[in-house]
Ligand binder design. Structure first.
Ligand SMILES: NC(=O)c1ccc[n+]([C@@H]2O[C@H](COP(=O)([O-])OP(=O)(O)OC[C@H]3O[C@@H](n4cnc5c(N)ncnc54)[C@H](O)[C@@H]3O)[C@@H](O)[C@H]2O)c1
Ligand SMILES: [Zn+2]
Ligand SMILES: [Zn+2]
Length: 389
């Protein structure tokens, strides 16, 4: 089959690789019909994710048709149309039973590698480094899906791939980010980043009852999408000071909750950015946490900072004193996608939201390397790329 493989920083190649096989009775093989490039994939593309190996198949947002099931997969049949969640989770362990699917204890065969870094290992994730299990990803014609009896959700309505594909990751991610804000009626939520995750965080904040959502970015097309399609008020951080503007917009108090939907590749101007770039290049910090710093400083006293943005290791100059002295709550996590797939599918079916609005580019799988490039460079007003194997 064909698959998109990582070779090096900015070096992705679509290659012929062996077809996946059922290795465990709980596996299924999926013939992929749609697969997307995530902001998290850009961290791999830009060389910031350790323990990638040349030839690794990437991609963790995918859906398709079941073509083979292991003997213990009773809930799926050949021919079923499914969306696959990006965390690989057993459904039975201490964490899965509590709905903490991305903390599953049974799906990461390389847990020891992650334990060195984090103390305890997260679950396995498709196409996301050896530290997170070394699983082949879904930017391919076929994928092996472990624990297929608990993960994939069947799509039985005639919703299109574009409408349901993002149940695999970014819609639940935006939703969990908003849910983690503990939104109360009347709340104002600020969202750093108007990429796919930020956009769904805005939508979800409104679905959960926020009165105002203020979104921050610098790309006009992203800010436009945030205001026109997601009804956020916007701040272009290249034109206005974010802290001062947020303060002004909230009567001096600050937003009730702040969402960092930017993550480890935050952008800024000036000395601080240079400092972070140098430290990140030297691996003496693993991320550029500009948005996280701003979110902590801007948040109102007693508020919540919710962090869906991905950070990998050690961060520098986090104003933790503000967390303590303003009595902030910080919530984060790789998304427990399995928890949200059913209720969010129901919201799509009811017409509360049509997640396909964020798609700017459809491309054949063959053009995946070009898709990564334009998404990374924000060329051609690219916001979300869907690949068709
Ligand atoms: N927690 C999870 O399970 C999970 C799942 C999916 C994605 N993510 C993470 O969410 C983050 C966003 O993903 P995405 O797909 O939307 O990526 P993206 O790269 O398309 O969007 C990031 C946006 O942040 C903006 N940005 C950069 N610096 C900024 C700053 N200082 N202030 C405000 N905005 C700034 C960029 O202009 C860009 O529009 C990534 O870190 C990704 O890894 C996490
Ligand atoms: Zn993702
Ligand atoms: Zn588990």
């Amino acid at each position: 089959m064909k698959a998109n493989c990582w070779y090096d920083k900015h070096d992705m190649r679509v290659e012929e690789v062996p077809d996946p096989k059922v290795l465990d009775p709980r596996d299924a093989i999926i013939k992929i019909t749609s697969t997307a490039i995530c902001g998290s994939d850009l961290h791999i593309y830009n060389g910031f994710i350790p323990t990638m190996e040349k030839g690794d198949i990437v991609g963790h947002e995918f859906m398709g048709e079941v073509v083979e099931v292991g003997a213990n997969v009773k809930n799926l049949s050949v021919g079923d149309r499914v969306v696959v969640p990006f965390p690989i989770s057993c459904g039975n362990c201490f964490f899965c039973q509590r709905g903490l699917f991305s903390c599953c204890e049974n799906s990461n065969p390389n847990a020891a590698m992650a334990e060195q870094m984090y103390g305890h290992a997260p679950c396995g994730i498709f196409g996301y480094s050896h530290m997170l299990g070394g699983f082949a990803g879904g930017q391919a014609e076929y994928a092996r899906v472990p624990f297929a009896d608990v993960g994939p959700i069947k799509i039985e309505s005639n919703l299109t791939d574009d409408q349901v594909l993002f149940l695999s990751d970014i819609f639940p991610t935006g939703y969990m980010a908003a849910e983690n804000c503990g939104i109360q009626p009347g709340d104002t939520i600020a969202v750093w980043g108007c990429g796919p995750v930020g956009l769904f965080a805005i939508n979800s904040a409104y679905l959960l009852g926020a009165e105002r959502v203020i979104a921050i970015d610098r790309f006009p097309e992203r800010l436009r999408m945030a205001s026109d399609k997601a009804k956020a008020e916007t701040i272009n951080y290249e034109e206005k000071d974010v802290f001062d503007t947020l303060k002004e917009m909230t009567g001096g108090r600050g937003p009730d909750a702040c969402i960092d939907a930017v993550g480890m590749e935050g952008h800024a101007h000036g000395a601080v950015h240079v400092y972070d770039r140098v430290k990140q290049a030297m691996m003496s910090e693993t991320g550029r946490p500009i948005a996280l710093r701003e979110a902590i400083i801007a948040c109102r006293k007693g508020g919540t900072v919710s962090v869906p943005g991905v950070y990998g290791g050690i961060l520098d100059k986090i104003p933790f004193g503000a967390v303590v002295n303003k009595a902030l709550t910080i919530k984060s996590g790789q998304t427990h996608v399995q928890r949200y797939m059913r209720p969010l599918l129901e919201r799509i079916q009811r017409g509360d939201i049509d997640p396909s609005y964020i798609i700017t580019h459809h491309m054949p799988l063959d053009q995946a390397p070009e898709g990564y490039r334009i998404f990374c460079e924000k060329e051609d007003e690219c916001i979300k790329v869907v690949l068709k194997p």
